[in-house]
Design a protein around this ligand. Structure first.
Ligand SMILES: Nc1ncnc2c1ncn2[C@@H]1O[C@H](COP(=O)(O)OP(=O)(O)OP(=O)(O)O)[C@@H](O)[C@H]1O
Ligand SMILES: [Mg+2]
Length: 309
């Protein structure tokens, strides 16, 4: 697999996250006010509330502070305070219905598009609250891209246009510039060699695994900082799954990746940190190796040893 083009990094560093002192102050206040609740919730999350700006010396690219989410009157997330360390892979695991997808969709403001979808608390991208009054959700989603469980290429478009369309929506013009970025994105998604001679064929002519890598290329083309992946390999065969996992390992050199997976072996293989959730609550966040070998919470242990879920 080819390594990532260096130009991407220079573009990324040229667009720093806006630092706003008012949101930073708000974050501190919120963390303080939730201290009592977190003391009840457990020592692990209390430690997180104070340490989540850095994890093992790494800055958090994204973090949540007392994040709650509802569908109508039903609360699906009950106050999640969590860091996502920069340029690392964080896996989110937990039984079906525990809120993994809801959490992921809150991170890029897609939850509010669900019927009755409502959110409270904070999601901080750098120091900026993505739910702040001045934030344009469409612009924000450029920085926090998403790949879904089922590959969803634009069905009427060619392979090339699937990626180019994402660029044009962000205002990019100029045939040569667009073509160059499409190639870069397809290379980053480890798909270029397989499609370079058929770029103008319909995207639906690709295999499922290739379509999923095309969707990853489409998400990467606009140069997000964070890549959210909701069970990106669950509809794929083992070979395509291997491709996607290998790709995730490559991409973390440049991106912060948050991946939901039901496959615990996959979480153990690809992630640096793992989050275990249960019934809309955060049970444990830990380095993956620790969570899978010496978890702190008996519920994590019960889950990873297959005693429930
Ligand atoms: N659109 C919706 N309307 C109402 N409730 C919803 C909606 N989507 C999810 N929920 C509920 O919110 C809770 C969390 O669901 P979510 O989809 O986040 O779980 P999950 O951990 O991703 O599950 P799975 O592993 O099955 O994908 C569940 O109780 C679910 O029934
Ligand atoms: Mg889900």
């Amino acid at each position: 697999m080819s390594s990532l083009p260096a130009s991407i990094d220079s573009v990324r560093t040229a667009r720093p996250v806006t630092v706003r002192s008012d949101s930073a102050r708000k974050a501190t206040a919120l963390t303080d006010s939730t201290g009592e609740k977190e003391a009840v919730a457990g020592a692990a999350s209390t430690a997180l509330a104070t340490q989540q700006e850095r994890v093992d010396g790494l800055p958090s690219a994204l973090r949540t502070v007392d994040l709650r989410a509802w569908y109508g009157s039903t609360e699906a997330l009950h106050g999640i305070t969590l860091p996502f360390p920069e340029r690392r892979v964080t896996a989110i695991i937990g039984p079906s219905g525990c809120g993994k997808s809801t959490l992921l969709r809150c991170l890029n403001r897609m939850h509010e598009l669900s019927p009755g979808g409502r959110v409270a608390g904070q999601v901080l991208l750098g120091e900026e609250d993505v739910y702040g009054p001045d934030v344009d959700p469409v612009e924000m989603r450029r920085h926090v891209g998403m790949v879904f469980q089922r590959p969803n290429p634009f069905p009427t478009m060619s392979i090339f246009d699937n990626v180019a369309a994402a660029l044009r929506w962000t205002g990019m013009r100029g045939r040569a510039a667009v073509a160059q970025r499409v190639e870069e994105a397809l290379r980053m998604a480890a798909l270029w060699d397989e499609v370079k001679d058929r770029l103008h064929e319909n995207a639906l002519g690709l295999s499922g695994g290739q379509q999923q890598r095309l969707c990853i290329a489409r998400a990467l083309a606009v140069e997000p900082r964070i890549l959210l992946m909701d069970e990106p390999a669950s509809a794929l065969d083992p070979i395509s799954t291997g491709h996607v996992e290998e790709l995730i390992q490559q991409l973390k050199q440049k991106y912060t990746i948050i991946i939901v997976t039901h496959n615990m072996q996959q979480a153990a293989r690809v992630s640096d940190y793992t989050v275990f959730m249960l019934l809309g609550e955060l049970v444990e966040f830990a380095p993956t190796e620790k969570l899978f070998t010496t978890p702190s919470d008996p519920r994590s242990e019960a889950y990873i040893t297959g005693r429930f879920g």
